[in-house]
Design a protein around this ligand. Sequence first.
Ligand SMILES: Cc1cc2nc3c(=O)[nH]c(=O)nc-3n(C[C@H](O)[C@H](O)[C@H](O)COP(=O)(O)O)c2cc1C
Length: 355
Amino acid sequence: MAVMSVDLRESWWIRDVEIPTRLVLAPMAGVSVQAFRRQGRRFGAGLVCSEMVSCAGIEHRNEKTLGYLRVASDEHPLAIQIFGSEPRTMAEAARMVEAAGADLVDINFGCPVRKVTKTGAGATLLDEPARAAAIVEAVANAVDVPVSVKMRRGLRDGSRTALEVGPQLVDAGAATLTLHPRSAQQMYTGTADHSLTAELVSLVDVPVIASGDITSQARAQSVLATTGAAAVMVGRGAQGNPWALREIVDGAGGEPMREEVVAELVLFIRETVRELGERRASGFLKKFYGWYLGRGRFPRPFKQELVVLGSTEEVERRLLAAAPGALRLLEQLEAELPAGDDVLLDLPISIYGGG
Ligand SMILES: Cc1cc2nc3c(=O)[nH]c(=O)nc-3n(C[C@H](O)[C@H](O)[C@H](O)COP(=O)(O)O)c2cc1C
């Protein structure tokens, strides 16, 4: 079937928030740190999203949780995603998210992981539409920024629950819905069935974002044209591969040169160390080495070499030795970024509960 081509560089709106492109970077737990989101914006994502943040963690002022609420000046527009099962605590968490500077509060009704679903949060809420709607309503009443909801198709394979629940969530105040049309049972197996996305689009009068298996401009174009979604969301395709984002929005690209890969990875390492500290960052970063250096870009043993090194400084040195031309690119990249100290906005003191 011939499909009409959509300009992915066109802006669109979620209520009064302008999203400059039709590409959204997916929230991914253990991935969507600030460095990932800032990089996503640089490579063409019009909207970026934090990983899911526990509303209980926010309520208890857990220090690590509060760290997820740090917003950089060059991330906007940015959604911060919260998960939980109680309307009151979700509303309170949403207020903190808004105070931290998020442009949107996103609610997670999609997480299939047992640790989350057993607390009554994430995808299980799709089977409790009244509670899900009560959460959306409480959150929408608590904040001035628009509220978005991200969901799966339902809990079990073949489920169409999202089509029943989605319109109820819009009535409750959701300004946009993101659908990842796999069941929770499927986790990440099989394929995302975007015929459900098309059905959801026809049922609601808010913009819908299509998530699942979008890795190229051709696929993005086909999903936008066949579903009527306002935007596509990209997750796994962007892991260690911001160039995929550029290809999706601009059609430009092809494989980056080794020097570019190393420059982006070293920048990512430096920023992540600044954000998480050396100890947390060095464990967190290991999976990224494989993501960046795989795809035939470097021989496999090179990654193995990096993951056993003792510090991120050693990793950086080894990377720059493997692609010396990267240093100049890295300096250029760093010169173009806002200075570190300008980026991390302090959280309002009230967020720490005064101490
Ligand atoms: C490692 C990982 C972590 C994820 N964490 C979240 C999350 O915190 N919140 C959420 O709504 N979805 C999460 N997702 C789902 C993604 O946002 C996205 O919907 C899904 O991966 C399908 O898109 P893709 O095929 O482009 O990866 C996660 C996915 C992955 C692979």
